[in-house]
Design a protein around this ligand. Structure first.
Ligand code: PRX
Length: 659
C-alpha cells in the first residue's frame, strides 16, 4: 500500500473500450476533442465558460494565484448566485419545471422556476427577519424535500453561508458542525421519511442544540405535520415564518470570492474539516461541468439520486442544474420503497434523460437482479453517471447493459467535496470509455500521478493523484483553519521555493498506456463506505468514548456492496467481558455518536492491538485479517503473538456480527 512508502502497484488490467455512440456524436453540443486543447489554456478556457452565468460586475482578473494555495477566481467581479440559478430563468422560462419532487409515499409537487424563485425569496425574507445577514452561517439539517434546495438558495440570496449537515448524522455530529461554524440559525424538518419510517429530525436537532449555543433560532419545515416540540422564542415553523413574507427579494450583492457554503468532510486526523467554497468560480465550475458531462439539452429531465447533504447534491442537484436552467427530479426516499423498482419507475414516470447515482447503489441493484429494471421502460435515458467511489468493471458493465441498454455512455466522474466539481470524467460524445476508468481530466483541469518523490509516474504506472493547477470551483480554505488547508492538501507534493503547487487528493490512481486514469481508492485513513468518507479516527474516538473500551482500531475492509465496510478491533478495560450484548451496544454507541452510516459492520474484541515498535497501529495487518488474506510481514510487530489471536477471533466473531 502507498502509505507504507511504496508507489502503488497497478495490477489489474481491463481491455474493453466503448466509443461514444454515433447518435450522440451527431447531436451533442460538445462533440469534438478540440475542447481538450482549448482547456490547456485554462485561464482563458474558464473565462469563456464564465459567460454561462450572470455577473453584476465583471472581473478585473480571471485568476489571482499570487498567494498560493489561496486562489482568487474572477477577482473583482460581483454577483449573486441565485440570479444565475433563478431570476434569469424565471424571467425567460417562468413555467419551466425546476424540480419534480417525488415523495417516498408517492406524493408529488412541481416547482417551476417562477415558483422556486418566489419560495426562495419568501424564506430569504424570513431569515432576514430572524436577523440573518451577509456572512452569517446557517446550519441546515433536513430530509430530501423541496424546502431543502430552497433553504440553500435562500441563504445565498442574502449572502449568508450555508452549512448543510447530512440528515443521517447524529445529534452529536450536528452539534460539532454547528459549533465549528458558529451557526446562528438552524433549518430542519419536523421529521423525515425513510423507507416507510419516520426519522425524528427535530428531536435530534433539539438534542444537538443542548450543546450548540450559537443557534438563536430554529426554522422547522413541517414535512409530516406530526406534533413536535417547539421551544418558544427560539423555534418557528417554516409556514409561520414565510406566510406573510413577500415573494420578491432583492438579491444581496456578493463578491466573487465571498463564501457560499461550508461543507464538512472527514479528514485523516481529528475533527471534520469545514471545506469552504466561494461564489463566482464555484458556480462557473459546476455549471460548466454539469452541462459538459451530461450533454445537457433544454428539454432534458435530469436526475441525481444523491442527498443534498453531500457535495454531489450541492453541486449537481442545486447549483449546477439550476444555473443551467435544467429540469431535475428530486426524490425523497430510498431505492427499495415500496419495492426494489422504485428508481426505475421514477425514470419511466418522468422520462428521465440523465441518471447520476453511486457505485454502491449499482452494486445493490446488481444483487437484486434485472427483474426490477426490466419492469420499466427506460428508453428515455441518454447518459448514465456514477460518483463517490471506484466502480469495479463488472458493476460498470452491468450499469451500461442493464440500465443503459448498451446505448447510454457511462460517465464515471471522479471528484471530491474539496474540488467542488467533477474533475476526471468522460465527455459522453467525445471520450471513449473503459469499464472502471474515470477516463481523463475534464477540459481546463490538470492532473498527474506522482510517486513518493513527487516525480510524475510514466504511463502504465500507479501512484498518488495530484491536481497540477488551480480551477475555479476549488475549495478556498478549511473554515477557521487555513494552516490545516495548506498542510492537508498542498504540502506533500508542492515545492513553494520552486513555485510548484500541486493539490494532493488523498487518492491512489494508475494511468494506462492511453493516459486513462483508474482510481484506486484512498491512501489515507479515510474509509469510503457507500460513497461516504468516514474517518477511521472518528469511529475510533466514538468507540473509546464508551466506558467499556480501552483502545480501538478501525479500518475499512473491502465489501462487495458498500465498497468498504467498517471493521473495528477493540480492547476492553480490565474486568469487562466482551460478549454479544456489549458488541451490539458498541455498534449502537457509534451510531449514536456519529450516525448510523458509521456503525461498524464487525467488531473484534482483542487483548491487544498489533502495533509497530513506535506504537503505531498496524492497520494493514488488520485489513489483511479482515479481508481474510494471508497475514503479511509481522516482523516489525512488538506484540506479534496477538496477531494470530486476533485473526482467530476475527474469524469466529465475524459470522455473528455482520448485518
Ligand atoms: O476517494 C475518492 C472517492 O470519494 C472521495 C471524495 O469523497 P467526497 O468528498 O465525499 O465526495 C464524494 C462525491 C464527489 C474521493 O477522494 N471518489 C469520488 N468519486 C470517485 C471516487 N473514487 C473513484 N472514482 C470516482 N468516480
Amino acid at each position: 500500500m502507498a502509505n507504507d512508502g511504496a508507489t502503488i502497484e497497478a495490477l489489474f488490467s481491463e481491455g474493453r473500450k466503448f466509443e461514444p455512440p454515433s447518435h450522440l456524436k451527431e447531436t451533442a453540443a460538445i462533440n469534438s476533442a478540440d475542447i481538450y486543447r482549448q482547456g490547456e489554456d485554462y485561464e482563458r478556457y474558464w473565462a469563456e465558460q464564465a459567460e454561462r452565468i450572470r455577473w453584476r460586475r465583471r472581473w478585473d482578473k480571471v485568476l489571482d494565484w499570487s498567494n498560493p494555495p489561496f486562489a482568487r477566481w474572477f477577482d473583482g467581479a460581483t454577483l449573486n448566485v441565485t440570479e444565475s440559478c433563478l431570476d434569469r430563468h424565471a424571467a425567460t422560462t417562468p413555467d419551466k419545471v425546476a424540480y419534480y419532487f417525488e415523495g417516498e409515499e408517492g406524493d408529488t409537487r412541481t416547482l417551476t422556476y417562477a415558483a422556486l424563485l418566489g419560495e426562495v425569496c419568501k424564506l430569504a425574507n424570513g431569515l432576514s427577519s430572524l436577523g440573518v445577514t451577509k456572512g452569517d452561517r446557517v446550519a441546515i439539517y433536513m430530509g430530501m424535500v423541496p424546502e431543502f434546495p430552497v433553504a440553500l438558495l435562500a441563504c445565498a440570496r442574502i449572502g449568508a453561508v450555508h452549512s448543510v449537515v447530512f440528515g443521517g448524522f447524529s445529534p452529536e455530529a450536528l452539534a460539532d458542525r454547528i459549533n465549528d461554524a458558529q451557526a446562528k440559525v438552524l433549518i430542519t424538518c419536523d421529521q423525515s421519511r425513510r423507507k416507510g419510517q419516520l426519522v425524528e429530525l427535530k428531536a435530534f436537532a433539539d438534542r444537538a442544540l443542548e450543546s450548540a449555543p450559537s443557534v438563536e433560532h430554529v426554522v422547522v419545515v413541517e414535512r409530516t405535520g406530526n406534533a413536535v416540540a417547539l421551544k418558544p422564542e427560539r423555534d418557528i415553523t417554516y409556514a409561520a415564518l414565510t406566510a406573510d413574507q413577500p415573494s420578491t427579494r432583492e438579491a444581496t450583492e456578493t463578491s466573487s470570492e465571498d463564501p457560499l457554503y461550508i461543507l464538512y468532510t472527514s479528514g485523516t486526523t481529528g475533527r471534520p474539516k469545514g471545506i469552504l467554497h466561494t461564489t463566482g468560480g464555484y458556480l462557473v465550475g459546476v455549471a460548466t461541468t454539469h452541462a459538459e458531462v451530461f450533454d445537457l439539452r433544454s428539454d432534458d429531465v435530469y436526475w441525481c439520486t444523491a442527498d443534498i447533504g453531500w457535495v454531489t447534491g450541492h453541486s449537481y442537484i442545486v447549483y449546477g442544474p439550476l444555473a443551467n436552467g435544467a429540469t431535475s427530479v428530486l426524490y425523497e426516499g430510498v431505492p427499495d420503497y415500496p419495492d426494489k423498482d422504485r428508481y426505475w419507475s421514477i425514470i419511466e414516470k418522468y422520462k428521465v434523460t440523465q441518471l447520476y447515482t453511486a457505485p454502491t447503489s449499482i452494486r445493490t441493484f446488481m444483487k437484486w437482479g434485472t427483474e426490477f429494471p426490466d419492469r420499466h421502460d427506460m428508453s428515455s435515458l441518454r447518459i448514465i453517471g456514477t460518483v463517490g467511489e471506484p466502480i469495479n468493471p463488472e458493476a460498470w458493465m452491468w450499469y451500461r447493459r442493464v440500465i443503459g441498454h448498451d446505448r447510454c455512455p457511462v460517465v464515471d466522474t471522479w471528484w471530491q467535496t474539496e474540488t467542488g466539481n467533477m474533475m476526471i470524467s468522460p465527455l459522453p460524445a467525445v471520450t471513449a470509455t473503459k469499464p472502471g476508468s474515470a477516463t481523463i481530466p475534464l477540459p481546463g483541469i490538470g492532473a498527474d500521478i506522482v510517486n513518493d518523490d513527487g516525480d510524475s509516474v510514466p504511463l502504465g504506472g500507479g501512484g498518488y493523484l495530484v491536481l497540477t493547477h488551480p480551477w475555479p470551483a476549488m475549495a478556498r480554505t478549511i473554515f477557521g483553519d487555513p494552516d490545516r488547508f495548506v498542510e492537508t492538501y498542498w504540502t506533500r507534493f508542492s515545492d513553494p521555493g520552486a513555485g510548484v503547487w500541486r493539490y494532493f487528493a488523498g487518492d491512489g490512481a494508475k494511468r494506462d498506456e492511453d493516459g486513462y486514469y483508474w482510481l484506486l481508492g484512498r491512501v489515507d485513513d479515510v474509509m469510503n463506505v457507500s460513497g461516504h468518507r468516514i474517518s477511521t479516527l472518528e469511529v475510533e474516538s466514538a468507540l473509546v468514548d464508551h466506558p467499556a473500551v480501552a483502545e480501538a482500531a478501525v479500518i475499512g475492509r473491502n465489501d462487495p456492496i458498500t465498497g468498504q465496510a467498517i471493521a473495528a478491533f477493540v480492547t476492553l478495560r480490565s474486568g469487562v467481558e466482551g460478549n454479544e450484548t456489549l458488541l451490539l451496544e458498541l455498534r449502537d454507541h457509534v451510531a449514536d455518536k456519529i450516525g448510523k452510516i458509521a456503525r461498524p459492520a464487525s467488531i473484534v474484541f482483542t487483548d491487544e492491538l498489533p502495533k509497530t515498535r513506535s506504537g503505531k497501529i498496524m492497520r494493514r495487518l488488520l485489513r489483511d485479517i479482515s479481508e481474510q488474506r494471508k497475514l503479511g510481514d509481522v516482523t516489525t510487530l512488538a506484540n506479534a503473538d496477538v496477531v494470530q489471536e486476533i485473526a482467530n477471533r476475527a474469524q469466529s466473531m465475524r459470522a455473528s456480527t455482520e448485518e
